[in-house]
Design a protein around this ligand. Structure first.
Ligand SMILES: Nc1ncnc2c1ncn2[C@@H]1O[C@H](COP(=O)(O)OP(=O)(O)OP(=O)(O)O)[C@@H](O)[C@H]1O
Ligand SMILES: [Mg+2]
Length: 587
C-alpha cells in the first residue's frame, strides 16, 4: 500500500511538472535552494511567539513576577525583525530565480515557435501564440515560485505551530489537527473544478490579444468600412465571456473559504470547550492554554486564506502544463536524422504524382507531374486559387506533399537537410513580409555578409536605385513595421533585392512584379532575365507578357495541370486554355 502511495505521488501531475521543470531550475539551483531553506526559519519563528506566551502567562499573570520574563518582549521584537528581513531575502531570491527561469523557458519556446511549420501557424491566432508562448510562461514560472515560497513558509510555520500545540497539550492538539485536516479536504477537489475553466480562459484571453492585433493591422480596413461598431461589439463579447469565466471561477472556488472558516470555527469552539475542562481539572496551566490558543489561531488563520492561494498555485500548474505541452510538441517538418545536405543542383527537379491538401478531403493539387531541368525557367499560369502558390511552396517544404514525391536530382526532398534545401532557394512571395528596420537591414536578410558592391548591384537590379537616391537617409531609411511606410511596389522591389542578393540556384517568383509600373517592370524583368542565367526559376504570373519567354509554361487550373508547353506550342494548340487566355489579355 505504501509503494502504491509513492507511485501515486510520483505520477501525480505536480511531481511530473516539477520534475520537468528541473532542467530549468538546475542552473539556479543554489539560489533556489537557499530561497526554500530560508522559509524554514521564517515559518518556524511564528511558533516562537506563540510558545513564549506560556512562560509569560504562567509567571507574570499567575505568579505576578516579572524578573525572569523581561527578555520576552525583546525576544519578540528581535524575532519579528529577523523574520521580516528573511522574508525580504526570500522574496528577492524567488523573484530573481523565477524571472531567470521564465526567460530560459521563453527562449526555448521562441526557438520552437520559429521552427514550427506553416500549418502550425495556419491553425492559430496571433493572440494564441502570444498568450501561450509568453503570458503563460510568466504565470507558470513567477506564480509558481512566489506560491512555492508562501507554501513552504506555511508548511514550516504549520509544523512548528503544531509542535507548540503538542508541547502545550497533546489532547487539544489531536483535536486541532483533525479539524485542520477536515478544513483542508475540500482543496482536493479544486483542480478538477478549475481545469475546464482554465482552458476556456486561455482561449478568451488570447482572443482579446487577437482583437488588438487585428485592430492594429487592420486599422485602415476598419476605418474605410466603418467597422468601429462591429469591432467594438466583438471586443465586448470577448470581454463578457472572460468576465463570466472569472465569476465562475470565484463561484466554484470562492465557497472554499467560507467552508474552511466554518470548519475552523468548529475547531476553535471544540478546543475552548475541552480546554476549559482541562484547566479546571488542572491537567494544563492557564499559560499552556493561552499559548495553545495563540498557536491555534496562527495556524488556522492562513488556512482560511489558503483557498485563494491554492487557487493560484493550481492556475500556475495548469499554465505550466500548457508550457510543457508546447515544449514537447514537435514541428512536423524537420530534417530527418542523418539527412544529407543539398550541395548543389546538378540535373533536375521533379514533381512526381504530387497530391496535396490543406484540409482533409479538400484536394488542392491533384497528381502533379513535372520535370524541370537545371537552368530552365518554368512558368505557372492559371485560375486564381488554382494552386500555383501551393505548388511552389512545396519545394522549400513549407508543407509536405500528401502523396507522391518531389525529387531534386532523384533524391526526395524530405531526405535532404532542411536548412541546406532552403538555402538553395530564393523566394519573392506574393505578399512579402518586411521586418521593422531599414531598407538595408531588409535587403541584407538575403545575405548577411554581402559587400556594399553586392548591395548596390541588388538595388540596381531591383530598380530601387532611383527611389533610394531620393531618400535623405538612403539605404538607412526606416520602413516601419511590416514596411508600412513604403508603397506596394517599393516593398515588392525590396523583396526582389533581398532575393537577388541571396544568390541561390533556385529562384521562385510568385507574382513578383505584379505591383510594378510598366517601366519598373521592364527593368526588373531584365534583371530577372540576367539572374535567370544558369539558375532554375519558377515564375508565377497572371500577366502573360512576363512568362512568354519561359522554357516551359504550365497552366494550372483547379489543382490540375491543364497544359504544358512553350509559349509557341501552347498558342498553336487548338482550343487551348493558354491560347484563349492570351487572346483575352491581348485585347
Ligand atoms: N494556408 C491555407 N490553408 C488552407 N487553404 C489554403 C491555404 N492557402 C491556400 N489555400 C487554398 O488552396 C487553394 C490554392 O491556393 P493558392 O494560393 O495555391 O492559389 P493560387 O493559384 O496561387 O492563386 P492566386 O493566383 O490567386 O495567387 C485555394 O483554394 C486556397 O483557398
Ligand atoms: Mg498565388
Amino acid at each position: 500500500m505504501f509503494a502504491n502511495l509513492i507511485n501515486k505521488i510520483k505520477n501525480s501531475y505536480i511531481v511530473c511538472n516539477y520534475s520537468k521543470m528541473y532542467p530549468y531550475v538546475r542552473p539556479y539551483a543554489f539560489r533556489a535552494l537557499i530561497a526554500v531553506l530560508i522559509t524554514i526559519p521564517i515559518g518556524s519563528m511564528d511558533a516562537i511567539i506563540a510558545w513564549s506566551l506560556k512562560p509569560y502567562m504562567d509567571i507574570v499573570m499567575v505568579e505576578k513576577s516579572t524578573s525572569s520574563t523581561a527578555y520576552i518582549p525583546l525576544l519578540i521584537i528581535v524575532f519579528s525583525v529577523l523574520q521580516s528581513l528573511l522574508n525580504y531575502t526570500a522574496t528577492y531570491l524567488n523573484t530573481w530565480v523565477g524571472r531567470k527561469i521564465a526567460n530560459d523557458v521563453k527562449v526555448d519556446l521562441f526557438e520552437k515557435l520559429m521552427h514550427y511549420d506553416a500549418q502550425f501557424f495556419d491553425s492559430r491566432r496571433s493572440g494564441d501564440v502570444l498568450f501561450q508562448f509568453n503570458t503563460n510562461v510568466d504565470t507558470a514560472c513567477n506564480g509558481l515560485l512566489a506560491n512555492l515560497k508562501l507554501f513552504t513558509t506555511r508548511v514550516f510555520s504549520s509544523l512548528s505551530l503544531i509542535g507548540v500545540l503538542f508541547y502545550n497539550s497533546w489532547q487539544l492538539a489531536i483535536v486541532a489537527v483533525i479539524v485542520l485536516l477536515g478544513a483542508l479536504y475540500p482543496l482536493t477537489t479544486l483542480r478538477r473544478k478549475l481545469k475546464a475553466l482554465f482552458d476556456k480562459n486561455i482561449f478568451s484571453s488570447s482572443a482579446v490579444m487577437s482583437h488588438f492585433n487585428e485592430t492594429y493591422s487592420g486599422n485602415r480596413i476598419i476605418a474605410s468600412y466603418n467597422l468601429y461598431d462591429y469591432q467594438m461589439a466583438r471586443f465586448k463579447e470577448t470581454l463578457r465571456t472572460l468576465f463570466k469565466l472569472g465569476i465562475k471561477m470565484i463561484q466554484r472556488t470562492g465557497m472554499l473559504s467560507p467552508i474552511m472558516h466554518f470548519v475552523v470555527s468548529l475547531g476553535i469552539a471544540a478546543v475552548i470547550w475541552l480546554g476549559s475542562y482541562l484547566i479546571v481539572t488542572h491537567q494544563i496551566s492557564a499559560g499552556n492554554f493561552v499559548s495553545f490558543i495563540t498557536a491555534l489561531i496562527m495556524l488556522y488563520n492562513p488556512i482560511k486564506s489558503i483557498g485563494n492561494n491554492y487557487n493560484s498555485v493550481q492556475l500556475s500548474l495548469m499554465a505550466m502544463e500548457c508550457v510543457f505541452g508546447l515544449l514537447e510538441g514537435k514541428p512536423k517538418i524537420t530534417s530527418k536524422p542523418g539527412a544529407k545536405p543539398l550541395q548543389s543542383i546538378k540535373n533536375t527537379i521533379e514533381y512526381k504524382d504530387v497530391c496535396f491538401e490543406y484540409l482533409p478531403g479538400k484536394p488542392v493539387l491533384k497528381n502533379i507531374n513535372l520535370t524541370i531541368a537545371k537552368g530552365q525557367t518554368i512558368a505557372f499560369v492559371g485560375n486564381s486559387g488554382g494552386g500555383k502558390t501551393t505548388l511552389v511552396n512545396l519545394l522549400p517544404r513549407f508543407y509536405d506533399v500528401k502523396s507522391g514525391q518531389i525529387l531534386i536530382d532523384g533524391e526526395d526532398i524530405r531526405n535532404l537537410e532542411l536548412n541546406s534545401l532552403r538555402d538553395k532557394i530564393a523566394i519573392v512571395f506574393q505578399d512579402n513580409f518586411l521586418f521593422a528596420g531599414t531598407i538595408r537591414d531588409n535587403i541584407l536578410l538575403g545575405a548577411e555578409n554581402a559587400t556594399p558592391e553586392q548591395i548596390n548591384q541588388a538595388v540596381k537590379s531591383a530598380c530601387l536605385d532611383e527611389f533610394i537616391a531620393s531618400l535623405d537617409k538612403g539605404l538607412d531609411t526606416g520602413i516601419g513595421e511590416r514596411g508600412v511606410l513604403l508603397s506596394g511596389g517599393q516593398k515588392q522591389r525590396i523583396a526582389i533585392a533581398r532575393a537577388f542578393i541571396k544568390n541561390a540556384p533556385i529562384v521562385i517568383l510568385d507574382e513578383a512584379t505584379s505591383a510594378l509600373d510598366n517601366k519598373s517592370e521592364a527593368i526588373v524583368q531584365e534583371a530577372i532575365n540576367n539572374l535567370m542565367q544558369d539558375r532554375t526559376v519558377f515564375v508565377i504570373a497572371h500577366r502573360l507578357s512576363t512568362v512568354r519567354h519561359a522554357d516551359k509554361i504550365v497552366v494550372v487550373n483547379y489543382g490540375e495541370i491543364a497544359e504544358i508547353g512553350s509559349h509557341e506550342e501552347l498558342l498553336n494548340k487548338e482550343n487551348g486554355v493558354y491560347a484563349a487566355l492570351y487572346k483575352t489579355q491581348l485585347k
